[in-house]
Design a protein around this ligand. Structure first.
Ligand code: 5GP
Length: 184
């Protein structure tokens, strides 16, 4: 049996069945709205979009094209220290090769779950004296929050259920789905 099986309203990845939560059209409309809001705030500030890999690369790519002005993009890969999920920190595996001092940073996440990744990463960025830091996530699960993190822009707040698509994967698959699918 193939690992990937898709119909208009559901997709199967390996053993799991997912149903459509947001269509490609809904996703793209929301990205355009967010792009317009970010443009209004950052148009003349030459912001640096920082995309957290791997999941956020799809959203970051659409978002920066919805931004109307000069901007740059950089990528970081973060990983958790081995240890407990609740108290563990987050480590930079692949860092930015840019000087962040005095820059306006827009940190782009795919989904904020416990808030752990953003909480530690923002702390790390602050130490490099940027002019400002703003955070944007396409999805957020408010009921899963465990770490204090202020998110400035949110695409959609969703239930605390596993989702795939638009950069998010299950066992490596599903990142290429243009909509968001929720575990049935
Ligand atoms: P946090 O650090 O906020 O707990 O988790 C953020 C990361 O966990 C996301 O960047 C993503 O990689 C992963 N994650 C959290 N919830 C989901 C989900 O529903 N689906 C997928 N595919 N990944 C998730």
């Amino acid at each position: 049996m193939e690992a990937y099986n898709k119909t208009p309203d559901h997709v199967q990845l390996y053993d799991l069945m997912f149903v459509t939560l947001f269509s490609e059209k809904q996703v793209q409309e929301r990205v355009r709205e967010l792009g317009a809001e970010i443009t209004a705030q950052y148009k003349d500030k030459r912001p640096l979009f920082i995309s957290i890999l791997s999941g956020a690369f799809v959203f970051a790519s659409d978002l920066m094209r919805a931004f109307d002005g000069d901007c740059e993009v950089g990528f970081v890969k973060l990983s958790s220290y081995a240890g407990t999920r609740s108290s563990g920190s987050v480590q930079t595996v692949m860092g930015l090769e840019k000087d962040l001092h005095g820059r306006h940073l827009i940190v782009v996440e795919d989904i904020v779950d416990t808030g752990r990744t953003l909480h530690f990463f923002i702390d790390h960025l602050r130490q490099q004296n940027p002019a400002s830091i703003c955070t944007i996530t396409f999805l957020r699960k408010p009921d899963a929050a465990e770490f204090p993190v202020a998110v400035d822009y949110v695409g959609f707040d969703i239930e605390n259920r596993f989702v795939v698509g638009y950069g998010l994967d299950y066992e490596g698959l599903g990142r290429n789905l243009p909509g968001i699918y929720q575990l049935r």
